[in-house]
Design a protein around this ligand. Structure first.
Ligand SMILES: Cc1cc2nc3c(=O)[nH]c(=O)nc-3n(C[C@H](O)[C@H](O)[C@H](O)COP(=O)(O)OP(=O)(O)OC[C@H]3O[C@@H](n4cnc5c(N)ncnc54)[C@H](O)[C@@H]3O)c2cc1C
Ligand SMILES: *[C@@H]1O[C@H](CO)[C@@H](O)[C@H](O)[C@H]1NC(C)=O
Ligand SMILES: *[C@@H]1O[C@H](CO)[C@@H](O)[C@H](O)[C@H]1NC(C)=O
Length: 380
């Protein structure tokens, strides 16, 4: 099958949908493909039950569609999915589902992108010829699990956080959560609340905040320098949480908003985990050195048996595996070469949406920038 259109969007998560909506607004024709059989699969199929948007709703809107007036400040997963369903309907977005992009190549002579997509169920190949190509396949395309000696022979169950739904299944089990980002901390809380004997590996410094403190910071930083705001946020957080150092949690040297801007690393928004750590209900452990059977050994020489290990160790982009001639835009890790805010545009009509580690607000900015840029050269 051959298809010719102006723009091809790879991925129907929030970034692909936002870009599709912006192109529709500007009457630019496009096609959008998605490897799963639904949009926003990360939210529908790869997120735990109790997940809510971490940031207040005013920082999580996609372009051209506000949340309903009566929506809660922190939107639960199901309500976010419903918002996306309305979004798809409103902008009449029709992703070609169950279709995986296998390669995208730029043709210098014909000045267009050739993309090969394969229907997952039938293996039928669809070839797209487009003037513009938008990578919207996400920073969370594939689970990232660290290399640990002996992990393959672990006698218990090892899963990635994307497969974790609820702690209910682990009541009475001894569970080790690896990773102390938002997912790891919340999953540890969920496990402990469901009666699992829960430990968490905290490998690196992390800012523990409340969602209200971060919301205040995101509002203030629009008027006040980031280092001043960060200083205030750290004082507030220290006041709320008290001493965390003695519980094995170290704050980074750079403040939470500065760190996010510089490295993309988010602060952890506490859902109650810290309280359980302080009570000794959740135990904080250091780095793992190796695994033997069901015994996990730590760098400090201690060891302990576990029934389950949950790796909340993040994700990686896979765009570089199928995007050929993408060097102008992406590095070897499939992430933008150029710093924000110049990350979204490569050479020859190539763009990326949602790869700058700036969440839904970043996605909204990327989508608008890309659609406007395409419109200006499309009519040129
Ligand atoms: C647990 C969690 C909580 C988060 N909470 C927030 C929050 O509260 N606020 C916020 O602003 N951000 C949040 N984020 C960050 C970010 O907003 C989300 O990850 C968001 O879903 C990213 O959207 P995306 O479209 O860029 O990527 P994705 O949602 O990952 O969508 C990309 C899509 O591309 C598809 N795809 C990939 N490769 C191919 C291919 N080769 N061919 C076809 N299709 C392909 C995938 O199947 C996927 O559906 C959170 C992230 C996680 C993991
Ligand atoms: C829970 O796990 C910790 C750490 O491995 C262990 O020291 C403790 O004895 C366990 N508690 C129970 C009640 O099994
Ligand atoms: C844990 O290991 C990582 C690298 O894998 C290292 O950067 C970090 O400093 C270690 N943390 C501790 C507490 O030893």
């Amino acid at each position: 099958m051959e298809e010719q259109t102006v723009v091809l969007i790879v991925g129907a998560g929030p970034a692909g949908l936002a870009t599709a909506a912006c192109l529709t607004k500007l009457s630019v024709p496009y096609a959008i493909v998605e490897r799963e059989d639904c949009s926003a699969s990360l939210w529908r199929n790869r997120a735990y039950d109790r997940l809510k948007l971490h940031l207040a709703k005013e920082f999580c809107e996609l372009p051209h569609m506000p949340y309903p007036e009566d929506a809660p400040t922190y939107i639960p997963k199901d309500q976010f999915v419903k918002y996306l369903d309305n979004y798809i309907e409103h902008f009449d977005i029709r992703p070609k589902y169950h279709t995986t992009i296998e390669s995208c190549t730029y043709d210098e002579d014909r000045k267009c992108w050739f993309s090969v997509a394969r229907a997952v169920a039938t293996s039928v190949v669809v070839r797209y010829t487009t003037r513009f190509l938008i990578v919207a396949s996400g920073e969370n395309s594939e689970a990232n699990i660290p290399v640990i000696p002996g992990l393959h022979d672990f006698a218990g169950e090892a899963i990635h956080s994307s497969r974790f739904k609820s702690g209910a299944a682990y009541s009475g089990k001894k569970v080790l959560v690896v990773g102390c980002g938002n997912s790891g901390m919340e999953i540890a809380y969920d496990l402990a609340s469901h009666g699992a004997n829960t430990s968490i590996v905290v490998r690196s410094p992390v800012h523990v905040m409340t969602k209200e403190i971060i919301r205040l910071g995101m509002t203030l930083v629009q008027h006040i320098p980031v280092n001043v705001v960060d200083d205030l946020l750290v004082r507030l957080a220290n006041f709320v949480f008290g001493d965390l150092l003695s519980h094995g949690i170290v704050r980074p040297k750079i403040g939470p908003l500065g760190l996010k801007a510089e490295t993309g690393r988010s602060a952890v928004l506490d859902v109650g985990t810290v309280g359980l750590i302080k009570k000794g209900i959740i135990k904080v452990l250091g780095n793992i050195s190796k695994i033997k059977g069901n015994i996990v050994e730590f760098e400090n020489g201690k060891e302990s048996t576990f029934d389950v290990i949950v790796f909340a160790t993040g994700y990686k982009s896979t765009a570089n595996t199928w995007l050929k001639n993408g060097e102008s835009m992406l590095n070897n890790a499939g992430l933008p070469r150029k710093e924000f805010p110049n990350h979204w545009k490569g050479a020859n009509g190539l763009y990326c949406a949602g790869l700058a580690r700036r969440g839904l607000a970043g996605i909204a900015m990327d989508a608008k920038n890309i659609a406007n840029d395409i419109l200006s050269s499309y009519h040129a």
